[in-house]
Design a binder for this molecule. Sequence first.
Ligand SMILES: Cc1cc2nc3c(=O)[nH]c(=O)nc-3n(C[C@H](O)[C@H](O)[C@H](O)COP(=O)(O)OP(=O)(O)OC[C@H]3O[C@@H](n4cnc5c(N)ncnc54)[C@H](O)[C@@H]3O)c2cc1C
Length: 336
Amino acid sequence: MIEHDADLSGANTLALPARARRLARPTDVAALGELLAGRDPAEPLYVLGEGSNVVLRGDLPGLTVIPAFDGIDYLDESADQVRVRVGAGVVWDRLVADTVARGWGGLENLSLIPGTAGAAPFQNIGAYGVELADCLESVDTVAVADGWAGRFRADQCEFGYRDSLFKSRRRGEFIITGITLRLHRHGARRVDYGGLAERFAGQDPRTLAPATVRAAVIELRQSKLPDPAVLPNAGSFFKNPVVSAAELARLKADYPKLVSFPHPDGAKLAAGWLIEDAGWKGRRLGPVGMHRDQALVLVNHGGARADDVLALAAAVREDVLDRFGVTLEQEPVALP
Ligand SMILES: Cc1cc2nc3c(=O)[nH]c(=O)nc-3n(C[C@H](O)[C@H](O)[C@H](O)COP(=O)(O)OP(=O)(O)OC[C@H]3O[C@@H](n4cnc5c(N)ncnc54)[C@H](O)[C@@H]3O)c2cc1C
């Protein structure tokens, strides 16, 4: 069923006003194939999950697809390993809760990330030292051009930091219909990152249950991040910029307190620290602002439009560039 002139203001966590000219929520590959076959190839096509990582700049012309494929299936279960096939429309944290409740480890650090399983490979979601790519086996897709159903192995997805082939080189070519993960029961949990390192200091990570780590992650996230249902936002608004070792040394000389993390190309700078040091933490510009506790999170205090968001983002980016010579890249995808 296609909805015409659908309201999307409740379908994006920044709560920006926008409408979709035509909106469909296919529940299986056959329905999606039919939808694509019946569409004029010249008509623009957009894909949305829960809208937790998009900036809707205005109304979406053409067809918007929200894949509503359900199902969490446990396959080839052995004493220590399982494969889990998940429909694109499954809410990500429902999946994490389900796997952890069954004692499977791998996704616990990614607890409470908003969004759908289908969107997870798009930007290779990550948190607390773990990325989706660490336990992803494959991604099922349907090609927009001809409705062809295919599968990408994880090593074909060109995963990077908040990046993949779906977000970059072949953007717009595929609709993700499902993912398959490989999870383990035993082994060490990743608790060497940020607040988890403090929380579990001195404990052997091999003795920690996935549920223990999930509970800690949930507590940390709830204490730090604004809930979009209360204060609309899209999570981190900028990616942590990656700089060379020489660039890091230059910055550290001027800003000894600069927070950075190791990265194969040099270092990843904490974008939140840069924004805070540039004076933007808790500062507002019209109806939008950078959050008072999390400078990296841009929030809608009420009634914001896309122009307000883009003006604030530009002002923050300009100040950070002036002060540090570092360019911030927006994380949420701008549509249309
Ligand atoms: C409070 C908050 C905290 C967050 N914390 C984190 C975090 O810790 N780590 C992290 O990585 N992200 C985080 N995010 C960002 C967001 O949760 C993730 O990017 C999530 O994967 C987006 O899922 P979604 O279903 O909402 O996708 P949407 O926002 O609807 O879409 C995002 C992009 O993916 C594309 N897309 C979505 N579904 C599909 C599909 N089935 N096929 C093809 N393309 C698709 C869309 O076209 C769009 O370009 C956070 C967001 C919020 C609001």
